[in-house]
Design a binder for this molecule. Structure first.
Ligand SMILES: *Cc1c(COP(=O)(O)O)cnc(C)c1O
Length: 449
């Protein structure tokens, strides 16, 4: 935006508002083909209003849209892009693999190469299987847990998202130890009833559920740090208690690290909180931006999977060579540079999360900042935010206005109050400074309106 085009006295909110004519046209065209114009619902920006910019390309910490606007990226493709966009070693690995054909449907050495890295980072994973999404990973882990225990019920926690399989799209029932209700049209209530949805960080509720349903709970699945209700850290001792309680009731403990894996530490939340679960699910970063999911864990359970055992699970594109190459380049880099990468992510995240929070405080706007490493959320509510009920008290309209005010200033935050923000190793001091300055102006514009 050129300075000449600025009228003398215009409200700060409008000074650099980017143009979106091309994106709007592209969105209208897309609406003919895709429900809401998108292939995944949050991309439609319904939670924050306005139509979503269409992306042309991205480099490092920056996204460029169809109208030539540039944004600092704070959602990283919802998690995978921890090394920044178009990171050369990842691009080269994909190009090299593509020259040898995009898919064989037969085994390659790259699968075991990536598996070796994963086992080194997640010692609880003795054996694994590659799938093509986080949804497939959690769905398969649940099937395996039911087979291993001969039990039907699953416990999950409110606000945790584990992909869109029927049994995991379940809301809480009216009481903590009662059965779940469908969280989506099309999920039969008979299936939802097999899932108990409990409040996160609430051990009493968990104990009550085990007491009310003796010997029928197959597994407890948890986002070790909630990301999908906004960032909510586990209360001290919560996760280790999950491990103990599941073990004492003969249920499996499934840690869903699709978001946190390789994000909060190389060894994910399991490393951070010294967890030894029965099964772990991975996704997002493990594919370096290509579609990869993993479910894995103790050998006794994984050996129940077909063709060794009776649990059927398969995938035409599972272990796809391009996806393996991108994953290997990403995880290999993270492992080699662990000592620089994670302290850098921590320092940059802390600077931006706290810097923006300080601007809010200065503007008299009430925010609660939850952060674990390079995932965080600014909740527009008085804290503490320790579970979904408390997160839901946020002023989502204020968040929507903040989101738009930041977007207008070249900062792309996740387009919902209930999503975690992420950064990459490509983000540095310049991006932090620009973001804090944008937040100062954005908060000022919120107060004007
Ligand atoms: C994103 C996510 C999933 C689903 O992964 P997809 O690849 O989108 O299917 C599952 N669990 C968690 C914790 C996630 O963040």
């Amino acid at each position: 935006m050129t300075a000449e085009r600025r009228p003398a006295k215009i409200r700060s909110a409008e000074i650099r508002a980017p143009k979106h004519a091309h994106s709007q046209a592209l969105h209208q065209r897309a609406e003919q083909f895709f429900p809401g114009g998108v292939n995944s619902p949050v991309r439609a920006f319904r939670a924050v209003g306005g139509s979503p910019p269409f992306i042309d390309r991205a480099q490092g910490a920056y996204l460029f849209d169809a109208d030539g606007n540039r944004y600092i990226d704070y959602f990283g493709s919802w998690g995978p892009m921890i090394l920044g966009h178009a990171f050369p070693p990842v691009v080269e690995a994909i190009e090299r693999a593509a020259r040898n054909s995009a898919s064989f449907g037969a085994s390659t050495s790259a699968e075991a190469d990536l598996a070796e890295h994963i086992v080194a980072c997640y010692p609880a994973i003795e054996k694994m299987r590659f799938v093509s999404s986080g949804t497939e990973a959690t769905m398969s882990a649940i099937r395996l847990a039911r087979a291993a225990t001969g039990r039907k019920l699953i416990v999950k926690f409110e606000g945790c998202y584990h992909g869109h399989a029927d049994g995991l799209l379940v809301k809480a029932g009216s009481g903590v130890a009662t059965f779940g209700i469908p969280g989506s049209a099309g999920v039969p209530k008979e299936i939802a009833r097999l899932t108990l949805a409990l409040p996160y960080n609430d051990l009493k509720a968990l104990k009550a559920a085990f007491a009310a349903h003796p010997k029928t709970i197959a597994a407890v699945i948890v986002e070790p740090i909630v990301g999908n209700a906004g960032c909510i850290p586990p209360a001290p001792g919560f996760l280790s208690a999950l491990r103990k309680i599941t073990a004492s009731h003969g249920a499996l403990f499934i840690v869903d690290e699709v978001m946190t894996g390789f994000r909060v530490a190389l060894g994910g939340a399991c490393r951070l909180y010294s967890l030894d679960p029965d099964l772990i699910t991975l996704g997002k970063i493990v594919g370096g931006g290509l579609p990869v999911g993993v479910f894995g864990g103790k050998r006794v359970f994984m050996d129940l999977v077909s063709p060794l055992g009776p649990v059927y699970q398969a995938g035409t594109l599972s272990g796809n060579p391009l996806a393996m190459a991108a994953g290997l380049a990403t995880i290999g880099y993270l492992q080699k540079h662990e000592r620089e990468v994670y302290p850098r992510l921590e320092a940059t995240s802390k600077a931006v999360a706290e810097g923006v929070a300080a601007e809010a405080a200065r503007a008299g706007i009430l925010l609660t900042t939850n952060r674990v490493g390079s995932m965080w959320t600014w909740f527009f509510t008085k804290g503490p935010v320790t579970n979904y009920t408390r997160a839901a008290r946020s002023d989502t309209k204020a968040f929507g206005r903040f989101h738009r005010a930041m977007l207008d200033r070249g900062i792309w935050l996740p387009p919902s109050q209930f999503e975690a923000a992420f950064i990459s190793t490509a983000h540095g001091d310049a991006e932090v400074k620009a973001t804090i300055a944008a937040a100062r102006a954005a908060f000022a514009s919120l107060r004007e309106n």
